[in-house]
Design a protein around this ligand. Sequence first.
Ligand SMILES: Nc1nc2c(ncn2[C@@H]2O[C@H](COP(=O)(O)OP(=O)(O)OP(=O)(O)O)[C@@H](O)[C@H]2O)c(=O)[nH]1
Ligand SMILES: [Mg+2]
Length: 328
Amino acid sequence: MPANLPPAYFEAEKRYREAKTPAQGIAALEEMLAIMPKHKGTDKLKADLRRRISKLKSKQQGKKKLGRRDSSYKIEREGVGQVVLIGPPNVGKSALLAALTNADPQVADFPHCTWKPTPGMMYFENIQIQLIDTPPISKEYTEPWLLDMARRSDMILVVVDVQTDPLQQLEETLSFLKEHRIAPLKLAHLYEGKGGWTFLPFLVGANKNDDHTMEENVEIFRSLLEDDWPLVSVSAKTGRNLDALRQALFTSLEIIRVYTRASGKEPDFSAPFVLKRGSKLEDLASKIHKDFLEKLKYARLWGRHVHDGQMVQRDHVLQDADVVELHL
Ligand SMILES: Nc1nc2c(ncn2[C@@H]2O[C@H](COP(=O)(O)OP(=O)(O)OP(=O)(O)O)[C@@H](O)[C@H]2O)c(=O)[nH]1
Ligand SMILES: [Mg+2]
């Protein structure tokens, strides 16, 4: 072993030894290869690293060919919506999950740290939204179950790093998802007539926007975006704009909260009924009880658009924060 290897090499080597998946092993070996001084004395060592990388890669390929799907990673839904965090290595997906929820995933300064999904619950006012941290996607390797998990979810939070070419990271992530027939809901019209696609709301979380010195990066990123992406720039480290991200996640999920009250009583604001945006009074009724749908005559409503307990009919479209008194 040449004596002039820097400490970072040994740190990467330790990660290689402790790697739990081929992807982690490959990432660590590639780091070792990059750190290695480039002179003749290291040729044998470099060749050895390359050999180990290709061995691990063929192991991955073999796994892919079998087409095995690890269904043990199905995560039970909790809360009013399920959001999957997706993005390249090291952008801070796990750090964001830790900052937004009660979960405690491993955060590390090397790529391919996460290798299994971790759920966490995020409070937003009086509801909870489930976030799932996932392993990174990369050209080298992406866990096959990750795509199924994304398809089953309610929306995708694409996480990128504003400090390291966020545009490229976003484009790579989007094209990767597109290769697997997952596309943003707002672009669904472009795919009309094509079966087998999953369309979901996408939100872009530009992380590592630690302080105002990063704003310029964010503005450049925003100006380079071709489509009008919903984008929130945050910092998992300093907590910057995390409230805006919570709000944006709620908005992107396209849900509304409605409260019911009994005649003459205050509604219980801690227990909303959660419905899809665009839902009607009759949708609320059937959610409460199947008999209600049939028996519903009208309702009185207190809200932003309709006030003072005005009477509304079954086909009235409800809004977030409406208070409804059903009359059967
Ligand atoms: N400056 C700064 N660093 C951050 C922020 N969020 C995460 N990091 C750092 O970025 C590195 C990667 O963070 P992780 O949360 O492990 O990233 P990840 O996207 O989960 O990485 P993988 O699991 O490998 O895909 C760690 O060193 C974090 O401390 C942030 O908002 N600002
Ligand atoms: Mg991670």
